[in-house]
Design a protein around this ligand. Structure first.
Ligand SMILES: Nc1ncnc2c1ncn2[C@@H]1O[C@H](COP(=O)(O)OP(=O)(O)OP(=O)(O)O)[C@@H](O)[C@H]1O
Length: 378
């Protein structure tokens, strides 16, 4: 098992061509991730010269093999700080919220496929990995996040921030939550008109004291409607995660969901597709898999649309039970389920990092302080 600290120590002994300090001190080493004997080193360089990049790569591999482990399998990703690309003026783009680095919309197309369950479990997994996380529950038709976090009886308090009254999100399991459900009575069906719902959501976004967040997850309502558009107009969404079951009807709607984000005047990058309820597995027979909604449908859809596949989550009774008692299943770490959620989360983080690197710095909100995928081991 290779340790990140040992890799960093080794990298401190080399310097990039043309720089005085070693590559760790100069900030050229952006991230180091290690799993077993695999090491990924992300380097930032200011020069695009191929021979300097090649040399840096060779030096990194050599020093890790020599000083850390001869069996290390090293991958070096080199990013050259590129000049900003011009922006498409027709794009819908919202105002950034200070302090919030990445905003991820979780969407589904079809209702009931487990979008809120995936959002809740992604959030607790990110929090376990050491990220600062918030959830904005924007599902105006059935806000279920307060229930899944066992905070449905709470009401956000007002706090004073720089002379302005702001709503304080409710926090549980290290995740800050605001939901449209906090402002409606449990037994009352609320009929929102598009503009009313959009206004209420805007307040939850901008009149709230979210503080510093690495990730804000937005649990969108199912479908592709007004609310989706107004959220994309209000907020600069970093990327979208689309949840689907392998069932044909769900896949058709997921496809529409992806198309909405990719529309020319929206262009929210789709970070990937999660296959929920990929198969049923009984708790007592974990090796038995029953593909009751069909097999690998969402995986095939992601290949078809050329979008990353983030992973699959089985249909397990304990996921439903955990959701109902307000303690997301992923909180019980070290289980096959929490590992499945970790994989999906790790892939989502990786895709977010990639997405941020391929967009100009003004728009991209970079992940700098977090250990990316290796963060699973906090
Ligand atoms: N992998 C799973 N295993 C078992 N039960 C699950 C799984 N995923 C979701 N569920 C259950 O299915 C039901 C619907 O899930 P959820 O509310 O997350 O779906 P949704 O897509 O957000 O629904 P909505 O359309 O209301 O927004 C819930 O009771 C939830 O506990």
């Amino acid at each position: 098992m290779i340790k990140k600290q040992d890799v960093l120590r080794a990298l401190e002994s080399i310097t990039l061509a043309g720089e005085g300090q070693n590559m760790v001190a100069s900030g050229a080493v952006q991230n180091v991730v290690s799993f077993a004997n695999e090491v990924i080193v992300d380097l930032k360089m200011s020069t695009p010269a191929m021979h300097i990049k090649k040399r840096a790569e060779a030096d990194v591999i050599k020093v890790i093999k020599e000083q850390v482990s001869p069996d290390a399998e090293v991958t070096v990703n080199i990013k050259v700080e590129a000049p900003a690309k011009p922006q498409n003026p027709n794009l819908i783009k919202g105002k950034p919220i200070p302090g919030i680095k990445n905003i991820i919309a979780v969407a589904s197309g079809k209702g009931g496929v487990g979008k809120s369950t995936i959002t809740a479990n992604l959030a607790v997994t990110l929090s376990n990995m050491g990220f600062k996380v918030g959830i904005l529950d924007a599902d105006i038709y059935g806000p279920s996040i307060p229930l899944m976090f066992d905070v449905f009886n709470e009401r956000p308090l007002s706090v004073n921030v720089d002379g302005k009254s702001k709503m304080k999100p409710i926090e549980n399991y290290g995740v800050k939550v605001l939901s449209i459900g906090f402002f409606t009575k449990p037994n009352q069906a609320v009929i929102w008109r598009g503009p009313m719902a959009a206004k209420a959501l805007n307040q939850l976004i901008f009149d709230a004291d979210w503080g510093e967040l690495d990730f804000m997850l937005i649990d969108l309502p199912p479908g592709t409607g007004d609310i989706h558009l107004s959220i994309m107009q209000s907020l600069p969404i970093t990327g979208a995660v689309v949840v689907s079951t392998p069932q044909t009807v769900a896949l058709a709607d997921a496809r529409k969901g992806v198309a909405m984000f990719q529309q020319e005047n929206i262009q929210v990058p789709v970070l990937g597709i999660v296959e929920n309820m990929a198969y049923f597995t009984p708790e007592e027979l974990p090796d038995n898999k029953y593909y009751i909604f069909g097999q690998s449908g969402a995986r095939n859809l992601s290949e078809d649309l050329d979008i990353p596949f983030l992973g699959e989550i089985p249909l397990v009774q304990s996921i439903r039970e955990a959701g109902d008692v307000g303690r997301p299943a992923a909180m019980q770490t070290g289980t096959p389920l929490s590992e499945a959620f970790e994989e999906v989360t790790r892939n989502a983080v990786e895709q977010t990092v990639r997405r941020n690197e391929s967009l100009p710095p003004t728009e991209a909100i970079k992940i700098t302080t977090m250990a990316g995928c290796s963060a699973v081991k906090k």
